[in-house]
Design a protein around this ligand. Structure first.
Ligand code: HEM
Length: 196
């Protein structure tokens, strides 16, 4: 068991929440430092980072073994919305790499990457409020921030229920925690690249 597993919450989703608190705050500050709401053009760089992150996870969202656990998993992926948003914003698709797409992952790691992507839908509700000022909405330019079918809260609750119920051994647990941190690092890399 890692120190974080021993010391903290009994629920895995809460433990992942705890250990990603610092990376989340860092990312939040980084997003704000790039002034993404100053114009649609600046916002398009944020969307480009979202696109790269969703592209990283596209195969996981369509993985048959994971779909057995989360039946609506394919519909949760936002890569297509991000592609449409970039077209609306007239920003070229950034070129991705396959390092995450082709990474062999155990169930704990896969769920931890998806935890970060699914969790980002909670923050998306706040970002969406900024969109009218840019002339954007969940049907134009900011589709990937839109309310998921069935609602954000319900979607999150269903996902974390699965995350919390899967049995992992101590090593898988450790890998899952490392994967959640790695997901935030990956988004940070995309963000810096897209705003450069
Ligand atoms: C790549 C992943 C993520 C990105 C890019 C992201 C981005 C953001 C940003 C920019 C905000 C600030 C919105 C505002 O105040 O205007 C925010 C807020 C929020 N995020 Fe995330 N987030 C991510 C992952 C997560 C995860 C994994 C969770 C939950 C486990 C989460 C939960 C929240 C919540 C609840 C808020 C609302 C305000 C708060 O409590 O800080 N986010 N997010």
């Amino acid at each position: 068991m890692t120190a974080s597993s021993q010391l903290s919450h009994p629920l895995r989703s809460q433990r992942l929440n705890q250990i990603t608190h610092e990376p989340h705050s860092h990312l939040d500050n980084l997003v704000k430092s790039h002034d993404p709401f100053a114009s649609p053009e600046r916002f398009s760089h944020f969307v480009a980072a979202q696109y790269l992150f969703q592209r990283d996870l596209e195969k996981l969202y369509n993985d048959p073994e994971l779909i057995k656990l989360v039946p609506d998993l394919p519909q949760r992926c936002r890569v297509q919305q991000a592609v449409l948003d970039l077209a609306d914003l007239q920003r070229a698709l950034p070129e991705g790499d396959d390092s995450i797409r082709n990474k062999a992952m155990g169930i704990g790691e896969a769920l931890a990457w998806l935890f970060v992507s699914e969790g980002s839908k909670l923050g998306a509700a706040f970002l969406l409020k900024r969109m009218p000022a840019l002339g954007l909405s969940e049907t134009f330019g900011a589709r990937h921030l839109g309310e998921p079918e069935g609602g954000r809260a319900q979607g999150w609750k269903a996902f974390t229920a699965v995350l919390d119920s899967v049995e992992l051994d101590a090593e898988q647990e450790r890998l899952a925690e490392a994967a959640a941190i790695a997901a935030f690092e990956r988004f940070t890399v995309h963000l810096e690249r897209c705003f450069a």
